[in-house]
Design a protein around this ligand. Structure first.
Ligand SMILES: NC(=O)c1ccc[n+]([C@@H]2O[C@H](COP(=O)([O-])OP(=O)(O)OC[C@H]3O[C@@H](n4cnc5c(N)ncnc54)[C@H](OP(=O)(O)O)[C@@H]3O)[C@@H](O)[C@H]2O)c1
Length: 266
């Protein structure tokens, strides 16, 4: 039995991750941590997850969580994630990170932590999106800059970062297919008199509203024809299922920074 711990376990994804862990074979829900001051402290993890009580309660002791489990799954906030990666690095414990919106310095901190701990870090844990990443790279490699690449994403009204981590990952995949760096070609916002589109740019457009789980489209717009690759997430379970799969894969593995393509063998 692989013992899994969940951070941010009172959050939207935290609760789903606990239910997924409790319902999966070969793993056990061994602990959960909430931010100090969160009213869920002391509550049974099963009750928090909306399933039957499991006899383990939510604490605020992150060090104890890392000491007692084989792998931690973290869908929290960038600052908390960097802190949790430090705990993983100190102990060589596996960590699966789904948090998005990390800045370059925070991503660098994860790379450092991955020198002593196995870390899976993916902006999107779903099988479908990871296939979309591969397809995007292939199509971008097959077409030249006569095809303008635009990435459109829609998420629920509570999402705090934009463009989504998945949209940026799709941008990176498209840029890699073209053999360029995303930073050199990304157009992250357009407003006012922007002038004509620059050849080779990769544009992003962001919609926020309602309870949309997550839609992503990559548009390759040529002259007289257009290719659109789209993924629509209908259920957040696709993320928690992928995360638990990643946790099983990562537990006890050699240190390194891994992605879902490693986990899924794509
Ligand atoms: N990779 C993927 O497939 C994927 C899929 C969906 C979402 N995400 C990402 O996952 C993250 C969480 O999303 P969500 O919708 O679950 O957000 P959420 O409902 O706001 O949950 C985040 C949780 O993290 C907790 N937290 C913050 N700092 C903490 C700390 N230091 N220690 C412990 N817990 C802490 C928050 O607690 P408080 O409420 O007490 O502040 C909150 O419960 C976001 O970055 C989102 O973009 C990724």
């Amino acid at each position: 039995m692989i013992r899994i711990g969940i951070t941010g376990c009172a959050g939207r994804m935290g609760r789903m991750l606990m239910a997924e862990t409790a319902g999966s074979e070969g793993v056990t829900l061994a602990g959960g941590v909430v931010r100090a001051g969160n009213s869920a402290e002391g509550q049974d993890l099963g009750v928090l997850a909306g399933i039957e009580p499991c006899g383990v309660t939510a604490t605020t002791d992150i060090a104890a969580l890392f000491d007692t489990v084989d792998v931690v799954i973290d869908f929290t906030t960038p600052g908390a994630t960097v802190d949790h990666a430090g705990h993983a690095a100190d102990r060589g414990k596996a960590l699966v990170i789904g948090t998005t919106g990390l800045d370059p310095a925070q991503e660098q901190a994860l790379r450092r932590a991955a020198e002593t701990a196995p870390i899976v870090f993916a902006a999107n844990m779903s099988l479908g999106v990871n296939l979309l990443l591969g397809l995007t790279r292939k199509v971008a490699a097959a077409l030249d800059a006569d095809f303008d690449i635009e990435i459109v994403e829609t998420h629920h009204r509570h999402k705090v970062d934009a463009p989504s981590g998945t949209a940026l990952a799709l941008g990176k995949a498209a840029a890699a297919g073209r053999g360029v760096a995303l930073d050199a070609v990304a157009q992250r916002a357009r407003d006012g008199h922007t002038g004509a589109r620059r050849r080779g740019d990769i544009g992003f457009a962001v919609l926020r509203g309602g309870d949309v789980v997550g839609d992503h489209s990559v548009v390759f717009a040529g002259t007289g024809e257009r290719i659109e690759l789209t993924h629509r997430a209908g259920d957040r379970r696709i993320y928690s299922r992928g995360a638990v799969r990643a946790a099983v894969w990562a537990a006890g593995r050699a240190p390194g920074l891994y992605g879902m393509s490693d986990v899924l063998g794509l």
